[in-house]
Design a protein around this ligand. Structure first.
Ligand code: KIV
Length: 274
């Protein structure tokens, strides 16, 4: 298997993502929540790291992303930033920090930028959160949008099924994407929508479109790192996830081996003590 490592060690910026789209170079993005994983992914050549509020699921064991707090997102953001030299780092704004008052949204965004040192933030939604988007952008904080299946609205949807299959929802998604681009967002994540619609959005707007379960016509791809490494213990396996490793088994086998060695007094040996 050929392994891609970044030939260009310069820091990835929002401008460079735009250039990648223009050149037709695909953007590779993954989630990260801690220092160690972030340093491994950064050294392996990932373009964008998302400190996703999916930390709520894969780090904290919650069923939804809704419990995540601003302080928790900042903690994860700070940890990831310590491990990253090259990748662009995006931090999710957690549920409840931007859907209401746009001044509160602005303050939450400023806290993320000041306290984590991350490059930008991500917000879920279109027209309904536009006031917050505009206020944050005016402060010079770059925003990545997120449309389609937006997990912070799971209680409204009531299902994790594919979004925007019907014409009315597809039209609204396309118009939201244009609105976010016009407002000044630098990229948009499209989650779990038909590939044809994602392709249409990617051709309509000039900013990069990143797919998670939205097909190969987008300008880039993002996955939750625990899913693609095979670390998920919940049985969650949607068809858009390609599993590149079986880390759960590797860890399980190693720990069983360690337990057996401790019980049998095989560990530590003479060389492993002082
Ligand atoms: O929080 C997250 O991991 C995300 C991805 C699903 C894009 O928003």
């Amino acid at each position: 298997m050929s392994v891609h490592t970044a030939e260009d060690s310069r820091k990835v910026t929002t401008h460079r993502l735009f250039e990648m789209k223009r050149r037709g170079e695909k953007i590779a993005m993954l989630t990260a929540y801690d220092y160690t994983m972030a340093s491994i992914l950064d050294r392996a050549g990932i373009d964008v790291l998302l400190v996703g509020d999916s930390a709520s699921n894969v780090m904290a064991g919650n069923v939804t992303t809704l419990p995540m707090t601003l302080d928790q997102m900042i903690y994860h953001g700070v940890s990831v930033m310590r491990g990253v030299k090259r990748a662009l780092v995006v931090v999710d704004m957690p549920f409840g920090t931007y859907q209401g008052n746009s001044k509160e949204a602005y303050s939450a965004a400023v806290r993320i930028m000041k306290e984590t040192g991350a490059d930008c933030i991500k917000l879920e939604g279109g027209e309904e959160i536009l006031e917050s988007v505009v206020r944050i952008l005016k402060a010079g904080i770059p925003i990545m949008g997120h449309l389609g299946l937006t997990p912070q609205s799971i209680n409204k949807f009531g299902t994790y099924a594919v979004r925007a299959k019907e014409e009315a929802e597809a039209k609204k998604l396309l118009s939201d994407a244009v609105l976010l681009e016009q407002a000044g967002c630098f990229a948009i994540v499209l989650e779990k929508i038909p590939a044809k619609l994602a392709g249409e959005v990617a051709r309509t707007v000039k900013i990069p479109i990143i797919s998670i379960g939205a097909g190969g016509e987008a300008d880039g791809q993002v996955l939750v790192v625990h899913d693609m490494l095979g670390m998920n213990t919940t049985g969650f396996s949607p068809r858009f996830v390609r599993q590149y490793a079986d880390v759960k088994s590797i860890i399980g086998d190693a720990v069983q081996h360690y337990v057996a060695d401790v019980k049998s007094r095989n560990f530590p040996n003479e060389k492993e003590q002082y």
